[in-house]
Design a protein around this ligand. Sequence first.
Ligand code: SAM
Length: 345
Amino acid sequence: MEQPHKRRVRYSGTHPRNYREKYKELNPDKYHADVEKVIQSGKTPAGMHLPIMVSEILSFLSIQPGQIGYDATLGYGGHTRQMLEQLQGQGHLYATDVDPIELEKTRARLASMGYGPELLTIRRMNFADLDQVAPGVPFDFVLADLGVSSMQIDNPDRGFTYKYDGPLDLRLDPTAGTTAAQRLRELDEEELMALLVENSDEPYAQRIAHSITQVFKRGGSVDTTRQLAALVEQSLSFLPGAERKEAVKKSCQRTFQALRIDVNSEFEALYAFLEKLPTVLKSGGRAAVLTFHSGEDRLVKKAFQQYHRQGVYREISEEVIRPSAQECFQNPRARSTKLRWAVRA
Ligand SMILES: C[S@@+](CC[C@H](N)C(=O)[O-])C[C@H]1O[C@@H](n2cnc3c(N)ncnc32)[C@H](O)[C@@H]1O
């Protein structure tokens, strides 16, 4: 039977503005030229993630055909694909991610490029369990690109951004754990303030925690991203107009980040990963970690330095390595990135 023609999503104006209207960006195979134009303009197309510091990572990892590696954070598979190319069809790459939605899309995309199970094993696992990814198989190289992918941020249904309205979820794995909305209901003012300070160094933590908990005391609820953003804005209403807009933007970013770290136990997972990392590396094996905020970088720096002092790592990056100005211009999401590396003794 003939299928009725389905019209594409309509949008007002000359350009699609919200996620669901960006049907071309969400179909990069079909609209390759349009997607390329978006990338060249310094934006990340919807539904895609641009891998960060690829040349710096590849140059450090120095991958040889036949080696065995582990990509702890598969995401869109940008780094995975680059590492697979270096293997030239020989060796094996293991990759993990906790996100069941994006993981299956990436598995299919990489398989369609010829990277099937003989070269690539993808497991839906938390990288905290990196010693269970390939037990008894030591790795020549490991990469962890922490945080969230652009696909997760851009999809309003996942609740990672205050820019669009959506459920206040923020879970990397929406099939498990507690949503951010639920966490807000569980915390008292003191606990919420501590969470904002510890996870994001939020300077207005007390005011924001007070505004949020007052809503619950009055019998209200905070269930959506825009509701939370409005409360942050209200908490900063005492600031003079000129500085308020920028301050609200930064406090919204930090508040969402602090909640995301909490609902996904991100520090606990990173701590476990860093502690076990030397046990999964071969002698001379190389590990690189990309971080996106100071809390993460502090943990990586400390763990690398401690193991270096103990002789577990032969060498570590002396200073943090940052993306080039050109990369930051082409991909603004790279601006906060820090790279550190270590070589197993
Ligand atoms: C920045 S993205 C990785 C992007 C990827 N390198 C690429 O080039 O497409 C981070 C990914 O790590 C995943 N992730 C975060 N914490 C994780 C954890 N503890 N275990 C496994 N995956 C995790 C997220 O779900 C997300 O897909």
